[in-house]
Ligand binder design. Structure first.
Ligand code: NAD
Ligand code: WQD
Length: 339
């Protein structure tokens, strides 16, 4: 199949591109590099020995996107192209609603106009909301009240896609709710490359380890958890990428909307992650405790049984793999993709 990856130069998109190419699919990437660079795609080509058709374009640009759809006979779209910084979304809600929702609508319009029927969407565990659902989260739970505009964009886009699939019986929509993706390709050639101060835990730890930051601040030590720090369901990006391959195969064989959690089902605390990183890599990560971060929940993790049963998807990478592969990427690319 020929699969269009909107936002495919980013962290999850580039790893998914490797998984799709290795499975024998063709990949077309559209990215405006607002949070990535073309180097990741070059490295995907180098890792797989296959070529990727790539366009530098804004997915909101309907005329350009239509040209791209017309020039390529696309079988399935995977939509990664979103802004994802939770704190920034509180400061710049309009930017987030415009970018995340407009990209989705533009892709749906181009698909309708060119007869493409399969859509896989990067959703997030954030749609389960801030207190109405108790973990482990199951796909059958109602979406909850999100604590920030980023989360609401995901929740709204899920609704838009579900409505589109109700109206168009030809359409197949797979909503993938990622938990906390970390790690990198075991080669250390592609990985997560945040710009500025990392918002997320693992990239921050990696930058402390490589000497770009002095110490980690752990946000809160008084949560109602065994060690007082928050617990999350961390998943290796290679397992996540494999989930996309299975989701694409599912999409082409089924109509309507299906939702899958992509997580391991096992939560770890912030302190456990710090210790695992130190022990896996034999490197110290200095840290201090700071106040809680607004909007953080004490603990959540996936019920991952649906993806296992319906897609036959299983996670295969351990927490040690996640820590080792993160460090392998960071130490070989201390400044990310920038030289
Ligand atoms: P990323 O920022 O590395 O990748 C997103 C890519 O989309 C970037 O390459 C960016 O340049 C591109 N992009 C954004 N807006 C665009 C536009 N208008 N036109 C063209 N390209 C555009 O992020 P990621 O971690 O790979 O996340 C991919 C998707 O998964 C996002 O939608 C994100 O919200 C979602 N997600 C991520 C996580 C996570 O923790 N990384 C968790 C849940 C969901
Ligand atoms: C994990 C834990 C922090 C940084 C976010 C989004 C979510 C999804 C995944 C996109 C928390 C703690 C973090 C630091 C810390 N993304 N932490 N010091 O918040 O679970 O999820 O990314 O959809 O929507 O909200 O991930 O990596 O930011 O935090 O102590 O410097 O690490 O408090 O407990 P989170 P995270």
């Amino acid at each position: 199949m020929k699969i269009l990856l909107a936002g495919g130069a980013g962290y999850i998109g580039s790893h998914t591109a490797v998984a799709l190419l290795e499975a024998g699919h063709e990949v077309v990437v559209v990215d405006n590099y607002c949070n990535s660079c073309a180097e990741s795609i070059k490295r995907v080509e180098e890792l797989t020995g296959k070529s990727v058709v790539s366009y530098e374009a804004d997915v909101k640009d309907k005329a350009k996107m239509l040209e791209i759809f017309q020039a390529n006979s696309i079988d399935c779209v995977i939509h990664f192209a979103g802004l994802k910084a939770v704190g920034e979304s509180v400061q710049k809600p309009i930017l987030y609603y415009r970018n995340n929702i407009d990209t989705t609508l533009t892709l749906l319009e181009c698909m309708a106009e060119t007869g493409v029927h399969n859509f896989v969407f990067s959703s997030s565990a954030t749609v389960y909301g801030d207190s109405s659902n108790n973990p482990p989260y199951e796909e059958s739970m109602e979406r909850g009240k999100c604590s920030n505009p980023y989360g609401w964009t995901k929740s709204m886009m899920e609704q838009i896609l579900q409505d589109a699939a109700v109206a168009n019986k030809e359409l197949s929509v797979v909503l993938l709710r990622y938990f906390n993706p970390i790690g990198a390709h075991p080669s250390g050639r592609i990985g997560e490359d945040p710009q500025g101060i990392p918002n997320n835990l693992m990239p921050y730890i990696a930058q402390v380890a490589v000497g770009r930051r002095d110490k980690l601040t752990i946000f809160g030590d008084d949560y109602p958890t065994p060690d007082g720090t928050c617990r999350r369901d961390y998943i290796h990006v290679m397992d996540l990428a494999a989930g996309h391959l299975q989701a694409v195969e599912f999409a082409v064989q089924n109509k309507g909307t299906e939702i899958f959690n992509l997580g391991t089902g096992t939560p770890y605390s912030v302190l456990e992650i710090v210790r695992a990183f130190e022990n896996s890599n034999g490197i110290k990560v200095p840290f201090e405790f700071g106040p809680r971060r607004a909007g953080d929940l004490p603990a959540f993790w996936a019920d991952a049984s649906k993806a296992r049963e319906v897609l036959g998807w299983r996670t295969t990478y351990t927490l040690e793999d996640m820590c080792k592969d993160t460090w392998n990427w960071q130490k070989n690319n201390p400044q990310g993709y920038r030289k």
